[in-house]
Design a protein around this ligand. Structure first.
Ligand code: PHE
Length: 446
């Protein structure tokens, strides 16, 4: 059986952007910006995305396209079978994350309806507590996982490519419209000032927090360290310029994050109590409560804006979740030749089961998320970067060079970056994360 490929180059780019653009951009990025010094965080994030994220995503692309195989077997295909363990760690990390990512996806579905009926308008805080835990959360988590598996079951070209071709442009268009609407809110001017005027004083006073936060945010947002980008690039049919594709993906992903900030920050500034009250809430639900309060303050207009906002978050989350489920699906299909539909729904069911922990109690969700952010993700990215830089080395440069034609050759500079500061930045992020592991939420009791 011949292995599937993307029908078009644009199809690959949009699928990768769909993977990258997700809850990380629309949910976490604006909120982390709001609670980490605004522009200071944005500034560091931009640097991290370009200087560290771009070389790292190219590393995954090179591995995937060279091997043309799923994220686990790719390492064997590249004649480094011992490194298969890195692929396995990536796959494990991806499944770990998908288990609770889908729970948040379920909350988002709830909020689409809640906005339409105004259900949370009376008391957004209590509303969140009731919908984020228990049976209803479990059920909607199941719905989200079903949608995810349903798309993956259709395959690369007919499922993922077709879906993301529709989803990504809609996300951008709707966010643009919402940003225009948000500009009319009373808090907009203050929000922009907080968002855009670089506050270096804050940055230097909080460097140790802001930098690792921004770097790991960039990894998560670019879907690194989870086998997703290795898997997607393994379906590239021809030898297109990877630096061009990677650059496009990083730029689009960053722009969508920034755009989401133009929607969320004015909302946060518009609501009564402002940003400090929002920050005080903390936890995984803070943004839901904060944004919901803002919509509640807006009355009827808030209902409409709420439906549209949560719909766009839902689409973004779905287009990311499919890339996580595709990692394991592609492995099982490649290696064991099991039917794609059976695999997608089977693993969807297993991850649904794991996710019921997070759906039952947000303390579990917080624990899963912290382990992923501080540990699994940086270790996995670190090993991938090390592999491409130091183990593949010249082979990686050769692969990167394919299809770049008359473009200036960036290979040697890229390799140097991977081997030095990109690697250092990942190590530093990991150490800083591990260093604060004691702050980790305890494993919740049953
Ligand atoms: N990048 C996605 C986001 O920003 C999350 C994700 C991570 C998706 C890893 C796939 C793989 O929400």
């Amino acid at each position: 059986m011949t292995r599937e490929t993307w029908a078009t180059r644009v199809g690959f780019i949009l699928a990768a952007v769909g993977s990258a653009v997700g809850l990380g951009n629309i949910w976490q990025f604006p909120f982390k910006t709001a609670t980490n010094g605004g522009s200071a965080f944005v500034f560091v994030y931009l640097l991290a995305a370009v200087l560290i994220g771009l070389p790292a995503i190219l590393a995954e692309f090179v591995i995937g396209r060279r091997a043309k195989r799923n994220a686990i077997e790719a390492f064997g295909r590249l004649n480094r079978p011992a490194w298969t363990i890195v692929g396995a760690l990536g796959l494990f990390t991806g499944m770990w994350i998908l288990s609770y990512y889908s729970v948040v996806g379920g909350w988002v579905i709830r909020y689409v309806f809640g906005s339409a009926t105004g259900a949370y308008f009376g008391d957004p805080g209590t509303y969140f507590e009731t919908v984020s835990m228990g049976l209803e959360a479990v059920g909607l988590h199941g719905v989200f996982m079903l949608l995810t598996a349903g798309i993956v079951a259709f395959g690369i070209e007919d499922g993922i490519e077709r879906a993301t071709k529709l989803m990504v442009p809609s996300i951008v268009a709707i966010l643009l419209a919402l940003a225009v609407y948000a500009a009319t809110l009373p808090g907009a001017t203050d929000a922009y000032a907080y968002y855009l005027n670089p506050d270096f004083e804050y940055l230097f006073a909080n460097l140790g927090d802001v930098v690792p936060f921004a770097v790991s945010q960039a990894f998560f947002s670019l879907s690194l360290g989870m086998g997703a980008m290795i898997t997607y690039s393994s379906y590239i049919g021809g030898d297109e310029s990877l630096p061009t594709d990677g650059g496009t993906i990083v730029v689009l992903n960053t722009l969508v994050g920034l755009l989401a900030g133009f929607v969320v920050l004015p909302l946060l500034f518009a609501q009564q109590g402002g940003i400090s009250e929002t920050a005080a809430g903390g936890g995984p639900g803070a943004l839901f409560v904060a944004v919901a309060s803002a919509f509640a303050d807006l009355g009827m207009a808030g209902r409409a804006a709420g439906v549209v906002f949560f719909l766009v978050v839902l689409v973004a989350a779905l287009s990311s979740a499919i890339s996580l489920l595709e990692v394991v699906t592609s492995y099982v299909v490649d290696k064991y030749g099991v039917d794609r539909r059976v695999t997608a729904f089977g693993f969807g069911a297993a991850l649904f089961a794991l996710g019921t922990l997070s759906a039952g109690d947000t303390a579990w969700l917080g624990w899963f998320d912290t382990v992923a952010y501080k540990f699994l993700l940086p270790v996995s990215v670190l090993l991938g970067v090390f592999f491409a830089g130091w183990v593949l080395g010249p082979v990686a440069v050769e692969e990167l060079r394919k299809g770049t034609g008359g473009l200036p050759q960036v290979g040697p500079a890229w390799l140097w970056a991977l081997r030095t500061f990109v690697l250092l930045a990942v190590v530093a992020t990991l150490l800083l994360g591990v260093n604060t592991l004691y702050e980790m939420p305890a494993i919740p009791a049953f």
